[in-house]
Design a protein around this ligand. Structure first.
Ligand SMILES: Cc1ncc(COP(=O)(O)O)c(C=O)c1O
Length: 385
């Protein structure tokens, strides 16, 4: 009866990252630079608050949009950090990680045949969901704009079917950010258009030198922007599965219905932990960010000295060097690097065809491991001289 499976689901493949990481079992001693999650533990005070929630029997269903205390904390966090005001009563929805937010938002706005513009190379969590909901992804090649989605590029891809545009800043897999001036240009372009902006800000707390700006803060944007964020990266809480959306009421109330009927609500215990993270721990990311910056500096300078063409990341914990000079396919490059030197990285092709010719290195690993990995990569590169 396989033919009865929903075709838009069946055609989806397991993510290229997962495919590659599943091979790592055969190389137990490899240095794993494929990981898209912080290597720090969840802060202790956050863990304690979850234990308390259990002890106090805070273990029941919660409101569909999440407990009001957490929605208050999210609203306060965004106000303090990024100067945006959202009403916790009806403009904030707690979701199943940022992934759950992406799912709920796309379910809310897509109908068959709608186009969604995505920056490419692209985070692998957008396109399959767009397609599962009958939408059509429109890839915008950002390789010639230092991996930044610009207003000019967006304009070239807008049609009368464009329903939404994904912005991802800081971006996975490239670590670049969309600067304030560039956001202003995008806002100018979209101001009078009936197009939603899906602003994935999951790495907003992990920007090194500059400050985070949300597109929602620009003139005319708040009413059409849906901010997607969560505590996975800012508080090293990927397994707790708490994300959220910030959007005007007319959108948030529909997103809440998706949560209500698909999921009921998020875990009460995880919500308690996220509440602690975004209140007592609202600056927890600073220490991790400082550490990522040191690692970024190390990996970037080593790659440059090895002769890689590489854009210096301004946030997140990824770097995306070009391997075009080796003339190898990214998948083959990653396999050989793993087999010969025991270093695991992700082929750029896992992030769409536009990522071919690159590899993604995650520097969410201790500095000593990164140094070792760079030494091994340097040895590997000798054969291409
Ligand atoms: C750009 C981007 N958006 C969303 C997510 C999903 O985050 P979460 O773990 O909160 O679902 C990730 C995770 O790697 C990501 O890189």
């Amino acid at each position: 009866m396989e033919h009865l499976i929903y075709s838009n689901l069946k055609k989806q493949e397991i993510s290229g990252i997962r495919k590659f990481t599943s091979m790592l079992v055969d190389y137990p001693d490899a240095i794993n630079l494929t990981i898209g999650q912080p290597d720090f533990p969840t802060p202790n005070h956050v863990k304690e608050s979850a234990k308390q929630a259990i002890d106090q029997n805070f273990t029941s269903y919660t409101p569909n949009a999440g407990i009001l205390e957490l929605r208050n904390a999210i609203s306060q966090f965004y106000k303090e950090k990024y100067g945006l005001t959202y009403n916790p009563q009806d403009e904030v929805v707690v979701t199943h990680g940022a992934s759950g937010a992406i799912m709920a938002v796309l379910r809310t706005i897509l109908t068959e045949g709608c186009e969604v513009i995505v920056p490419a190379p692209v985070y692998p969590g957008y396109v399959p969901i767009i397609e599962m909901f009958g939408g059509v992804p429109v890839y915008v090649d950002t390789t010639s704009t230092y991996f930044v989605l610009t207003a000019e590029l967006i304009e070239k891809h807008i049609t009368e079917r464009t329903r939404a545009i994904f912005l991802c800043s800081p971006a996975n897999p490239v670590g670049t950010i969309i600067e304030e001036e560039q956001l202003k240009e995008i806002a100018k372009l979209l101001k009078d258009k009936e197009i939603f902006i899906l602003s994935d800000e999951i790495y907003s707390e992990l920007i090194f030198e500059k400050t985070h700006h949300s597109i929602a803060s620009f003139e005319g944007m708040r009413d059409k922007t849906i901010i997607i964020n969560g505590v996975s990266k800012s508080h090293s809480m990927t397994g707790w599965r708490i994300g959220y959306t910030l959007a005007p009421t007319y959108i948030s109330k529909e997103i809440t219905k998706v949560i209500a009927y698909f999921l009921s609500c998020e875990s009460s215990i995880s919500q308690s932990a996220a509440l602690e993270a975004l209140t007592a721990g609202k600056d927890d990311a600073i220490e991790m960010r400082n550490e990522y910056k040191k690692r970024r500096d190390l990996v970037y300078s080593r790659l440059v000295s090895m002769g890689f063409d590489v854009v210096k990341p301004e946030g997140a914990f990824y770097i995306f060097p070009s391997i075009k000079k080796t003339k190898m396919k990214s998948f083959d490059f990653c396999i050989e690097l793993l087999k010969e030197q025991g270093v695991a990285t992700v082929p750029g092709s896992a992030f769409s065809n536009y990522g071919e010719g690159y590899i993604r290195i995650s520097y969410a690993q201790p500095i000593e491991k990164l140094e070792d990995a760079m030494n091994r990569l340097e040895k590997f590169m000798e054969k291409f001289k």
